[in-house]
Design a protein around this ligand. Structure first.
Ligand code: PLP
Length: 388
């Protein structure tokens, strides 16, 4: 049996006529930059993300970059963020010649460990960027309390977690000053290429972000500050407008798949329930835990990724590959170990959880169209490797 990590064609097939109609409509009207499709997407997603305002942008990376530019982050300013995330979270800080300050991860959620944030705050700290990794919220109550005590703005990196609900039921991106999202094709709401979104509840910030997206221009050819071309294509917005009504169903299908994985792992190779953090004889596979699952909010985890941990991770990946099962490592190298950040002189021992995750984590196929039999097969393959 073949089980790819992701198969975007399945989703395309299910929406083909509507998508083609929307794309051709943009072609017919030749309204290619911003316009009606982008406006409509912004309204829909601001509402969905529990935010007053949303601005469609060119990518998740540009959403983060623009957010930092809107906060006027200067060279030498410090920005606190998790060491374990996709590169963009740290890259945007370094691009502005500001200093990324890394924090280790929480051992259960792999999100930023909020208990380690306050000790990193200095007079130069100008922002905190929690990442809602794999599709569930970081511990925002704690993070916002620290940020408020020190009067530091919070930018939420929700690139992997659009629609995910925190324990209070609010969707990520609505609780910090600015929320950032990505429509990269592998995200739960994926475009036909690059795209992103920023959200905010602050009207002044909204106005600034909207201008920032278009070279800081307002009115035409007058520039109060320097922005960039961070615009979302009308074509991408048209695709996303067709896809959005299905997002809830896709989130649910991913959650159902996660539940099946948990069930089959228990059946085939585990004696204990998910959420255990230590390897031992009975727990050779550590399963992900939806930490806000008790909150009764449906989207407590949207499973952009389903991540297990195993000790012989690289051998397992090779074994899975031999048996037709796709997988990926998100992420093998935390920021403090990246060559481009060697100048920060980080101490590797300060990040034991992120290091453990980088060395043992593996992402399994979790996309909505997976069949039950495929999930069972993936677990059987892993079981055959763990208990030969
Ligand atoms: C995907 C991702 C981004 C960047 O989004 P792009 O649209 O690919 O630029 C940023 N942060 C995280 C955590 C991501 O997963």
């Amino acid at each position: 049996m073949q089980v790819p990590l992701l198969d975007l064609r399945a989703q395309y097939q299910s929406l083909k006529p509507e998508l083609e109609k929307a794309i051709l409509n943009v072609a017919e009207t030749q309204m290619l930059i911003l316009g009606k499709e982008v406006d409509s997407l912004e309204k829909t997603l601001a509402d969905y993300c529990d935010s007053k305002y949303a601005v469609g942008v060119s990518s998740g990376t540009d959403a983060l970059l623009m957010a930092l530019m809107a906060l006027d982050i200067q060279p030498g300013d410090e920005v606190i963020l998790p060491t374990y995330s996709f590169f963009a979270t740290a890259g945007v800080v370094a691009r502005l010649n500001a200093i990324p300050v890394f924090v280790d991860s929480d051992p259960v959620s792999f999100n930023i460990n909020s208990a380690l944030i306050e000790e990193k705050i200095t007079e130069k700290t100008k922002a905190i960027i929690p990442v809602h990794l794999y599709g569930q919220s970081a511990d925002l109550d704690e993070i916002l309390a620290i940020a408020n005590r020190h009067n530091i703005p919070v930018i939420e990196d929700g690139a992997q977690a659009i629609g995910a609900q925190y324990k209070n039921g609010k969707r990520v991106g609505s609780m910090g000053l600015i929320g950032c999202f990505s429509f990269y094709p592998t995200k739960n709401l994926g475009a036909f290429g690059d795209g992103g979104l920023v959200t905010t509840n602050d009207e002044q910030m909204y106005i600034k972000l909207k201008q920032m997206r278009n070279h800081g221009m307002e009115p035409k050819y007058h520039h109060k500050f320097v922005g960039g071309n961070f615009r979302l294509d009308a074509l991408q917005a048209a695709v996303l407008n067709v896809k959005f009504p299905h997002l809830h169903k896709w989130h649910q299908a991913r959650r159902d798949n996660a539940t099946l994985y948990n069930k089959y792992f228990k059946q085939y190779c585990l004696s204990e329930a998910p959420g255990i953090t230590e390897f031992d004889a009975n727990n050779k596979v550590l399963l992900p835990k939806a930490v806000f699952a008790d909150s009764n909010h449906t989207d407590n985890h949207i499973y952009n990724q389903y991540i297990i941990r195993v000790e012989k991770r690289d051998e397992l990946r090779a074994f899975m590959s031999e048996h037709g099962v796709g997988s990926e490592i998100y992420y093998p190298v935390p920021f403090h170990r990246q060559e481009c950040f060697a100048y920060l002189n980080c101490n590797d021992e300060d990040f034991p959880i992120a290091n453990a995750c980088a060395e043992t984590s593996i992402a399994l196929p979790i996309y909505p169209e997976l069949a039950k039999e495929q999930i069972e097969y993936v677990v059987k393959v892993i079981s055959n490797f763990i208990n030969p």
